[in-house]
Design a binder for this molecule. Structure first.
Ligand SMILES: [Mn+2]
Length: 349
């Protein structure tokens, strides 16, 4: 297991020097952020990111994410140009020793929460998903926009995009994903990179949009689309774990033993009685997931990949990018490292 920390580049309010001071922290997960989706990342930007990270005494082996252009997901005629660019980015990332690329195949919206600063009982704030709040945010019927949305679309553009996806449906999205994998995975293999798809977050349809990377049956289907260790999964406990229908311990054991998990996001989530959820502190008793059992499944099945603490709460008065503060993620990572030390010393018991 190699511990890592997500960093948003020079515009991140957290200096790399601080991240390096977290015990057991050796790796940075990052990306080039100033290139529009669909374009190849310039060699110079990749080199600059690499130099910043390594100069701080940290390693750069995992990229999160290389975004997939909507035209690829929609299967539009110009998708091949965007896929060519994607493959160029893969080749360039391999030159600086990148081993894993995390990406997702979610239509229009990436992760979805309804509030980013919900105050928890202890005074900390966290990201939450409340269905009642979501109802008021449907972009088809209202101008309200969800936190974290791509504000570059006008309301009309957004509505047009959403209706295209509704027409495409799940079957169409699966077939466009397969097309993408058939072109990208051979390139990843050639360059020694493992592609790791991130599950849909949350793992169900929102606003009638198709979502397909959601549960065990669909993860099986995904892995069978292209049978290669370069076609893997980012095992995100906080995304798949948003519903108790997904048994995270079982899923971890299964896909790690198949050698299809090069990267894992580990965080806890508190599922409420009505199916809403709140992001919680990493420790098992604060949420619905048994983090020790998940790590045990990683250990027992020979996990050698990268993990990172995922979203943290905002604590100790910290302000910054919701979910991506320094303090709670640092606490999360040391908690995860502590469990791992015990697993190593006890032989996984
Ligand atoms: Mn995640």
């Amino acid at each position: 297991m190699k511990m890592s920390f997500r960093w948003y580049g020079r515009q991140d309010s957290i200096p790399l020097e601080y991240i390096r001071q977290i015990p057991n922290m050796k790796n940075i997960v990052s990306a080039v952020y100033d290139v529009p989706p669909g374009e190849a990342w310039p060699e110079e930007s990749i080199q600059e990111l690499y130099r910043d990270i390594t100069a701080a005494g940290l390693e750069f082996k995992v990229v999160e994410s290389v975004p997939v252009h909507e035209d690829i997901k929609l299967g539009l005629p110009n998708r091949d140009t965007y896929i060519d660019n994607y493959i160029d980015t893969i080749a360039r990332l391999s030159k600086i020793g990148i081993e894993v690329i995390c990406y997702n195949f979610m239509p229009v919206f990436d992760w979805t929460r309804t509030q980013l600063d919900k105050q928890l009982e202890d005074g900390s704030t966290a990201l939450v998903y409340y269905k009642e709040q979501l109802k008021k945010m449907d972009p088809v019927y209202s101008d309200l926009s969800l936190p974290g949305w791509d504000a570059s679309y006008t309301r009309e553009e957004l509505q047009a995009l959403i209706s295209k996806y509704k027409e495409l449906g799940e079957a169409g999205l699966w077939s466009n994903l397969e097309y993408f994998l058939n072109r990208v995975i051979p390139a990843a293999e050639e360059h020694g990179i493992k592609m790791a798809i991130h599950p849909d977050d949350p793992p169900w349809s929102i606003f009638g949009l198709p979502r397909i990377i959601t549960n065990e049956a669909n993860l099986d289907r995904f892995l069978n689309l292209y049978d290669s260790e370069a076609n893997g999964i980012t095992l995100c406990s906080g995304s798949l774990g948003c519903t108790s229908d997904n048994d995270m311990v079982k899923l971890a054991a299964k896909y790690i033993s198949l050698n299809r998990v090069p990267f894992a996001h580990l965080r806890n989530i508190k599922i409420l009685e009505n199916g809403d959820f709140e992001e919680s502190a990493h420790i098992s008793s604060y949420g619905s997931l048994d983090m020790a059992a998940i790590l045990q499944a990683l250990y027992k099945n020979g996990f050698t990949g990268y993990i990172r603490p995922d979203h943290g709460r905002m604590i100790w008065g910290e302000t910054g990018k919701p979910g991506y503060g320094l303090y709670d993620r640092a606490l999360g990572s040391t908690y995860l490292s502590g469990i791992w030390e015990m697993l190593e010393k006890s032989g996984g018991k």
